[in-house]
Every structure is written in C-alpha cells, then in structure tokens.
Design a protein around this ligand. Structure first.
Ligand code: ATP
Ligand code: MG
Length: 321
C-alpha cells in the first residue's frame, strides 16, 4: 500500500503542532463493576486535571478562560467517531471539566447513546443551523455531571439540503456558537460529533472547530479515504478556518491479537508518526454495550479496557492542548 499523504506533508499544511505524548496511565486492576457515576474512579479525575505535574498538565478543572473546540471527523462510516466523542467528553467531564457535546449527525447516535431524546416538536441542532433556535435553547443535561449535549434527532435528515442555499452556509454552527457566547468560559471543552460524510454538516463542524480528532478503524482499508479527509481539512483551513489543525489520529477497535491490526497500526505510525496518538482504543464489548444503557463506558464499567483507553486518550488530548 502506498499513501501519498504522510505526516510530514500534512504537518506542513495543517500544522499539527508539537505532539508531545503523555505516558498512558496504568490504573487497572480493580474488579469490573456495574453502576452509574458513583462508581467512577475519583483518582482518574485527579490524574486528568489535578495530577498535573506528572502529566505535564498545569491547571485545575474548569480554569480555562475559553473552550477548546474539537471536531471528531472521518467520512468513513462506523469507525468510532461517536464512541470517541461520547467517551472522551465523559472522561473530561468526570475529571471535573465542563464539556459540551454537539451532535451534528442525523443518526443522533451521540444523543441517544447518552440516553437523550429530543421531545417531539422541540428544536434540536437542525433548527439551530437554520437560525430558527439559539444553541442555548436546545442544550440538554445528561446523566454525566458536567456534560451537556446539543442534541440531534433523526428528523434532521435532510438538513444538508435545507442548508444548501442558506446564506453563509458553512458558518452556521460557528455563528450559532458565537451568538450564544459559546465557546466561552462556560465550557472548557466542546466536542462535535460529525456525520459520516464530507458534506456541509462536516464542513460546518470543521469551520467551528479549532482542532480535528480523526478516529481510524484498524482494518485493511483503514487509510483509504484519509487522503480525501486531509484534503478537505486543508481546503477548509485555506478558505474558511485558517486556525484549524489536526489534534491527532486515534486507532479504534484494535484487536492486537491479529496480525492485521498490528500491520495497520505499523502502517499508520509509519505514515503519521507525530499525528497518531500513542493511545489505541481496543475492541471492547463494554464500549459497544454502553450506548444501549444511555451512559458512557466510564459509568458502565470504570475499569474495563475501553474506559482505560478513553481516559488515556483524554490525557493525550489535554497534553497536546
Ligand atoms: P457513523 O459513521 O455511523 O457515525 P461512527 O464512526 O460514529 O459511525 P460508532 O458509532 O462510534 O462509529 O461505532 C460503530 C459501532 O462500533 C458501534 O456499534 C459501536 O458501539 C461499536 N464500537 C465503536 N468502538 C468500539 C470499540 N472500541 N470496541 C467495540 N465496539 C466498538
Ligand atoms: Mg457516529
């Protein structure tokens, strides 16, 4: 396999920044437990936010004076975008941060995966993008303290068609956030879960974001489509959002027992030595089960491999800043 687009080329154009990597935590060992927030491991919060010196993090939760906005994007379907959005957001909220998760996908998986439904007749992200509602009007609380959701609903299917002729159609999300004074000091982190396409909804997300996190599934065709995604990011950076950069690529659903997974990981790390996050997310049944309970994995089973991985990823994301 040859891939034209490498870390080096991409870094020049997209400015991945200095991707310092944090040592993964090793807070395993406690028995798995079922439960809600009371089961969460407080030491993890301390490690993410306060355990600071050893992780190179030097701030207390909620002390940021403005939000960091991340789009989680890959036009390939089913690569772990929503799972990453929910569990990264929840890991940071658990650490005491105020986090907003914006669901830009009409599948509404992030909304439903956090146990939320938009009541019939109530506005959601569609109305916000069309300028018919304010962002603050749609924000919902979920079962994770500190994590709010700007929900989507299956009724938003067709939003892209409605947006196609709208004025400043690529800037609707950015404008809505600005109008609501978001990102402001209210949320330390904003994550935007993108749909599996490079259409207007993803472009809106890339315009509103400062950084992009790209989940990459460890499968044979993992790198296919990455060049197209990177070109889209470069085009958005050049024309619409000069400050945009890539936070990193995260390998998802890794089954390290297989030769294929090891090959794909090697391939990704060869082509994207700086952009690839050190943390890999293993294939883990608890991650797949959590959405059916409407909670993130850290509340379903705080000590499973999936919880550990997203906790470690949160450390890396914070570390890259
Ligand atoms: P779409 O492109 O449709 O929005 P997506 O990129 O958001 O999909 P997810 O919905 O996060 O992908 O994941 C696809 C499926 O894989 C889901 O059923 C999810 O529960 C499962 N899944 C995601 N990550 C893992 C994992 N690490 N281990 C096991 N199952 C996973
Ligand atoms: Mg999704």
């Amino acid at each position: 396999m040859t891939y034209e687009l490498q870390d080096r080329n991409f870094r020049d154009e997209v400015d991945a920044g200095d991707n310092g990597v944090l040592a993964p935590s090793s807070s395993r060992g406690a028995p798995p437990s079922e439960g809600r927030s009371s089961d969460s491991d407080p030491s993890r919060g301390a490690e993410l936010s306060g355990g600071v010196a050893s992780n190179g993090l030097s701030r207390t939760p909620g002390s940021r004076d403005r939000s960091l906005v991340y789009a989680i994007a890959n036009q390939k379907g089913g690569v772990g975008k929503t799972t990453t959005a929910i569990n990264l957001a929840a890991s940071l909220a658990q650490a005491g941060e105020r986090v907003l998760l914006i669901d830009m996908d009409s599948q509404a998986n992030a909304t439903h995966g956090l146990g939320l439904r938009v009541p019939r007749g109530s506005p959601c992200i569609l109305e916000v993008l069309l300028g018919e509602s304010g962002m603050r009007d749609i924000i919902m609380k979920c079962s994770v303290p500190g994590l709010d959701v700007a929900p989507s609903s299956p009724e938003t299917a067709g939003t892209e068609v409605l947006l196609a002729n709208a004025e400043a159609r690529e800037f609707r999300l950015k404008q809505a956030l600005a109008k609501a004074a978001l990102p402001g000091s209210e949320y330390s982190y904003v994550f935007i879960d993108c749909p599996p396409s490079l259409g207007l909804l993803t472009v809106n997300s890339l315009v509103a974001a400062e950084q992009v996190i790209i989940p990459v599934q460890t499968e044979y065709y993992a790198l296919e489509g990455l060049a197209q995604l990177m070109s889209t990011i470069v085009a958005v950076k050049e024309r619409l959002n000069p400050g945009l950069r890539v936070a990193g690529l995260v390998l998802t659903m890794v089954d390290s027992r297989t030769t294929l997974a090891r090959q794909v990981e090697r391939e990704i790390r060869t082509h994207f030595p700086r952009l690839a996050f050190e943390t890999v997310v293993p294939r883990n049944i608890r991650l797949a089960e959590a959405p059916s309970y409407g909670i993130p994995v850290c509340m379903l089973d705080p000590h499973c491999a999936g919880s550990d991985a997203y906790f470690d990823l949160a450390l890396e994301v914070i570390g890259r800043g």
